[in-house]
Design a protein around this ligand. Sequence first.
Ligand code: DUC
Ligand code: ZN
Ligand code: ZN
Ligand code: ZN
Length: 466
Amino acid sequence: MTRTAIRGGLVITAAEETRADVLVEDGKIAALATPDSSFARSWTADHTLDATGTYVIPGGVDAHTHFDFPFGGTASSDTFETGTRAAAWGGTTTVVDFAVQTRGQALREGLDTWHAKAADTCAIDYAFHMILSDVHESVLKEMDLLVGEGVTSFKLFMAYPGVFYSDDGQILRAMQRAAGNGGLVMMHAENGIAIDVLVEQALARGETDPRYHGEVRKALLEAEATHRAIQLARVAGAPLYVVHVSAEEAVAELTQARDKGLPVFGETCPQYLFLSTDNLAEPGFEGAKYVCSTPLRPREHQAALWRGLRTDDLQVVSTDHCPFCFSGQKELGRGDFSKIPNGLPGVEHRMDLLHQAVVDGHIGRRRWIEIACASPARMFGLYPKKGTLAPGSDADIVIYDPHAEQVISAETHHMNVDYSAYEGKRVTGRVETVLSRGEIVIDGRKFTGRAGHGRYVPRATCQYLA
Ligand code: DUC
Ligand code: ZN
Ligand code: ZN
Ligand code: ZN
């Protein structure tokens, strides 16, 4: 029985901030107690970590990553090994990645493929959502089986015709099935049929630079798809989670639905909060580094996203981490923006960027923990095992120094990608120590974890609906 005491820190959860010592026993949180109380003094521990002057927070839950994801004629450059290690460096201790059903495949086959990619290589715990790209009768039946084994959410795409795209009928059927089996439909809400027309027209005009990616993937087409997804979910009587919301007009659709009391949820990502079309318009081909979908928006959209996070019209910030190297991968789209693989690296910096949002006054400290840890855990059936610090929770704990300064750079990051979307950005706050189920995986500037420590976590259904 290993016991670790973390003493003297400010413990922050979504619910409260309190000075407390934390006792970890056999990978779980055994107790929290007032520092110097006779109870806290009575603990005997094999290791004591001094957290004086720091925050003690739950490990981050990143509910949207794509490791080793085949896309755009290549595959994302982080494997489950490199990606989960980078996540640990950044204070994230659970990821929910996307297993993929390719066209013609059974869900089982796709899920098995992703289990094989992740098995024995992860530094932190992981779970799966399932991408549906071929909805038909046998697939609907398989959804029930997956929910039963802890894959309780299903991503559908209104974009990418010919690849992941589902039509409205397929979407409605999948939503009806989810309404019956407790699954949560996650929607990539962009009108991909209309976008493809605009892509063709832009290329015909000779508009081939990365910035045109942002111009053809219009905010209105994100809002239209968001609206349509909400109506389809209402018809099906199903809850809905809209991924990577970037447009102010899409936030408005979510707000309207939630004001009606509908079980509609929204996620945004750090890139939409901190980057903009200014980055897509960087000189030469540099803008390719910022090509993702939904696309970055003009800076003016950010205020609506921050407001949505404060008012709980958006509940979750995850990364949509989907890295492609500039050299050899992003470059596939030189001369044709539509061939640039879509995706940004970010799994390592979500906790820090959101702490910067606390420093900047966009959100409070508890809301930081809520949108980065507790809310994604509840949304995807991982709470209170993950996402909080309470007796019985997994001892996924970050000791966070809120005063340390750092500069984000590809020179020092740990993601397997040759550039940073936040190159040169100064942030206040840095991860000092990370525990994953009680084991120290980051110790100051050292990775002390190992590939294979991370375990697969079957999930319950969405706990916002319970
Ligand atoms: N968007 C991205 O930018 N990358 C992966 C898939 C997606 O929907
Ligand atoms: Zn998507
Ligand atoms: Zn994604
Ligand atoms: Zn320090």
